[in-house]
Design a protein around this ligand. Structure first.
Ligand SMILES: [Zn+2]
Length: 88
């Protein structure tokens, strides 16, 4: 069983995934993903395998709930230092 909350999207061929509560702003979020990726997630595949085409910041949001705009240092969405995120 997957722990992801995935819903049908208004867009044909896509699904909407509800992302966890962001530790910075304490809000959940939504990301629209291809239905094939949603199916893979529901099969229990890791996010990076299910959605290899998705922006890594959005994959991170699916995993941790952290919105790209909420990263420390990210002030206006695009002001993100990738080094802050790719620390592993
Ligand atoms: Zn947030």
């Amino acid at each position: 069983m997957s722990h992801h909350a995935i819903y049908d999207s208004m867009q044909e061929g896509y699904a909407d995934i509800l992302t966890p509560v962001c530790p910075f702003c304490h809000q959940q979020g939504w990301i629209t993903i291809p239905q094939t990726g949603a199916d893979a997630l529901m099969d229990g595949q890791p996010v990076q395998d299910a959605l290899p085409e998705l922006d890594y910041r959005l994959r991170e949001q699916i995993i941790s709930g952290i919105h790209p705009r909420c990263y420390p240092g990210a002030e206006f969405g695009d002001g993100i230092d990738p080094d802050l995120i790719r620390s592993h």
